[in-house]
Write a protein that binds this ligand. Structure first.
Ligand SMILES: Nc1ncnc2c1ncn2[C@@H]1O[C@H](COP(=O)(O)OP(=O)(O)OP(=O)(O)O)[C@@H](O)[C@H]1O
Length: 377
């Protein structure tokens, strides 16, 4: 029977040890507790912790009709992890890229998931090959949950995750701030351990939703060690409630980036030569900046500006300053696209040579035709 999977939700983090697996496991168990048919896929090849967190270590896999049967946790949660494939759980996985890709492919396509409402994927930390393989193999990703801790240093890692998602057009469902302050088990007083802007500020800066915080709580680690997710293990505790609060928005339709929700005002920039879009973004003489109302799908005004001298990073900063949130371009190099993503400016490449009015009208009508990224050098 072919797998039919409703939503594929990736749980990512910019670096290791921030509680990504704990969030993924509790999310899957919580969704399952809401009556949904859920699968939990652990592709953290170098540190698969899902079996331990659910006390499923040592489970032997079975196969039927050339498909691997997922392991059942409770009545209905279906689980698959690289750890089930290792004869020795202490074994280090030393595989080259293609082997990892094949393994992830096997997990996604070769597992008899059946009908699922949600597949929660616990990714390896970082934005490297494994995460990329997961996205490629899954085909469709309905949303990404990014887990971080509150300190300033984490901003860099979150930026990488958000940039990764934007480059691959993956909707960011939101940021979770784990280990968000320590609540004293004796007096209940909350102490912030990490100085820094915090997940909420980071989410605002990157214009993605903030899902909420989960405090640093020794029972999270204890429940993990006991193989019982906190969300059911101590379901009335403030920390379990914090988990539920974070997960609640993920129950319905995936949240869109807040940037996409800002619909009352939008500025679109188009690199110009002779009054029309130029394919050579890096050498354009002028920019059209078109102010639109996306709700009524109308152009409010348009101006043409001379950009500052072209240096890496200058144009994204200049356009961000002008309030631009979308660039429609012909060709643009990867590096420039990264720099725009850093400024939360979306880029559409491969647009045809045409006037700004025509391009923006097509964009607003959902009819903008794009081809190849013509000068991706
Ligand atoms: N909110 C929390 N309070 C206390 N301990 C926590 C919390 N969240 C996670 N932990 C503990 O931190 C450790 C790392 O958590 P976890 O394995 O979920 O992180 P990870 O980001 O998936 O790590 P990895 O990089 O290994 O994939 C575990 O021992 C876990 O029990």
């Amino acid at each position: 029977m072919a797998n039919r999977i409703g939503r594929r939700i990736l749980v990512m983090s910019g670096k290791g040890g921030v509680g990504k697996s704990s969030i993924a496991v509790n999310l899957a168990v919580w969704l399952s507790g809401q009556g949904r048919r859920v699968g939990l896929l652990d592709i953290d090849i170098h540190g698969p912790s899902v079996p331990k967190l659910l006390r499923l270590e040592g489970t032997r896999l079975t196969a039927y009709d050339e498909k691997i049967e997922p392991v059942l946790y409770g009545d209905s949660l279906k689980v698959m992890s690289i750890a089930f494939m290792l004869s020795n759980p202490n074994e280090a996985v030393i595989w080259r890229g293609p082997m990892k890709h094949n393994m992830i492919q096997q997990f996604c396509d070769g597992v008899a998931w059946g009908d699922l409402d949600d597949l929660v994927v616990d990714c390896p930390p970082g934005t490297g090959d494994e995460a990329l393989s997961a996205v490629q193999v899954l085909g469709t990703v309905d949303g990404v949950v990014i887990v971080t801790t509150p300190q300033d240093l984490a901003v860099v890692d979150v930026r990488k995750c958000v940039t990764f998602c934007k480059q691959l057009s993956l909707p960011v469902l939101g940021i979770v701030e784990n280990m968000s302050g320590f609540v004293c088990p004796h007096c209940g007083k909350r102490t912030d351990i990490f100085p820094g802007a915090g997940g909420e500020q980071i989410a605002e800066d990157f214009r993605v939703p903030f899902l909420g915080g989960v405090p640093m709580d020794p029972t999270v680690a204890q429940s993990g060690d006991a193989g019982k997710p906190l969300i059911t293990f101590e379901k009335d505790s403030p920390t379990a409630q914090a988990f539920a609060h974070v997960f609640q928005p993920l129950l319905g339709e995936p949240k869109q980036d807040t940037k996409q929700k800002e619909t009352s005002n939008m500025k679109i920039a188009i690199p110009l030569a002779d009054g029309k879009l130029t394919a050579h973004f890096g050498h354009c003489g002028q920019f059209a900046i078109v102010d639109v109302d996306p709700q009524s799908k109308t152009i409010r005004s348009q101006m043409v500006l001379d950009p500052p001298p072209h240096e890496p990073g200058v144009l994204p900063a200049w356009l961000a300053e002008k309030g631009v949130s979308l660039v429609i371009a012909g060709g643009m190099g990867q590096r420039a696209q990264m720099l725009f993503a850093d400024k939360n400016i979306e880029v559409i490449v491969g647009a045809p040579v045409d006037t700004p009015e025509a391009l923006v009208s097509d964009y607003l009508a959902g009819a903008l035709q794009t081809g190849d990224n013509v000068c991706d050098h």
